[in-house]
Design a protein around this ligand. Structure first.
Ligand SMILES: Cc1ncc(COP(=O)(O)O)c(C=O)c1O
Length: 350
């Protein structure tokens, strides 16, 4: 705290990202990255772009990427918004679309950046408890609200909400923006982007950090009605006109165009997930059903913090949250078969 700070800064409670260790030998299963790396076509596109043109500013609208996303999902370019990671897209959404008199609704167990954005932008919120099985119950969101946001699949649980249930939430709140954060949708869910033409209050966000393995490039997007997108463009153009650099625009576009590599690597992650779930269950873990590239598991006889510490001693890092309701769970990202084996070996004493 310093006298130079704007007064509100002292009350901020910033997000704490998962550890990015400097030691490269660690088996890193803590931040839901994709172990297979980006599409070779995306890397080639970025290498071609690595030239003297970097002295010039990029296209502020990232049109090449907007068109690639629009083609992929069968929507129009003016239904697509781009940002520096979906975290930035979410920040603009909170700022430009979710600041109302009624409270914003999101699950009590959810992406822990949501309450942080509420703090940053002064948004009231109401955390809606997940049910006993850690599932979102759509009926719980049918109450007065200034907006609704939830990840689908949810994080850190990995649990998927069926598209009909998403529609139920949309129908019950036609006068609020409903944001579906689909960071993990490609590992087993059905995107709600197919609903945007029918629901002008629906905004879907996605990221290239997970299924397209480009967490280091920082690209995220939102798809929705052009009126919602226009609000986001107004915020973006009042904040940073060039959130995506030249490499990000061409690399992300090439990643969207390379469906073959995308399908292959998503399937590898899904197959490994099912294998890891089976092995953990055999060791007595309870594992929540996952449609993501991570699993959420607890052991009835072993403390989660202790397990995480023990795994770390053996060079495997997983994520443990201190939040009361989930303090006995570990969130474990799916790695390569070798990394997953290191996890199972690290638990061999159980
Ligand atoms: C639910 C959810 N939404 C959004 C993000 C942000 O992803 P990024 O900023 O890398 O696009 C994450 C990252 O882990 C996430 O778990």
């Amino acid at each position: 705290m310093s006298k130079f700070w704007s007064p509100f800064v002292k009350d901020l409670v910033p997000y704490v990202p998962g550890e990015q260790p400097k030691l490269t030998k660690l088996v890193k299963l803590n931040t839901n990255e994709n172990p297979y790396g980006p599409s070779p076509k995306a890397l080639a596109a970025m290498q071609t772009e690595l030239n003297d043109n970097l002295r010039l500013y990029p296209d502020p609208n990232g049109d090449v990427l907007k068109q690639a996303v629009a083609r992929y999902y069968g929507v129009q370019g003016n239904q697509v918004f781009l940002g520096n990671g979906s975290d930035e897209v979410l920040a603009h959404i909170f700022h430009g679309l979710l600041q109302h008199d009624q409270p914003l609704l999101f699950p009590d167990i959810s992406y822990s950046f949501y309450p942080v954005y509420c703090g940053l932008y002064g948004i009231k919120f109401d955390a809606v408890p997940l049910d006993e099985q850690f599932q979102i119950n759509p009926a719980d969101y049918a109450k007065p609200n200034g907006g609704i946001i939830f990840p689908n699949p949810n994080a850190p649980t990995g649990c998927l909400l069926a598209l009909e249930a998403v529609e139920q939430i949309l129908k019950a709140s036609p006068d609020s923006v409903v944001v579906v954060d689909e960071a993990y949708i490609d590992f087993g869910g059905e995107t709600a982007i197919t609903l945007v033409d029918r629901y002008p209050n629906l905004l879907v966000t996605q990221t290239l950090s997970k299924s397209r393995s480009l967490a280091g490039l920082r690209v995220g997007l939102a798809v929705g009605h052009p009126d919602l997108i226009e609000a986001l463009e107004r915020i973006k153009n009042s904040f940073n006109s060039y959130p995506l650099d030249r490499l990000a625009i061409v690399g992300a576009a090439a990643a969207f165009d390379d469906r073959e590599y995308f399908d292959k690597t998503c399937q590898l992650v899904i197959d490994s997930r099912e294998n890891v779930i089976g092995q953990l269950q055999a060791k007595g873990f309870e594992v929540l059903p996952s449609a993501a590239n991570f699993i959420f598991a607890r052991h009835p006889k072993h403390d989660a913090a202790g397990l995480a510490a023990k795994l770390r001693e053996q060079g495997v890092i997983v994520r443990h949250f201190k939040q009361e309701r989930i303090a006995q769970f570990l969130r474990i990202s799916i790695g390569t078969p070798e990394q997953n084996q290191a996890l199972i070996d690290g638990l061999s004493d159980l």
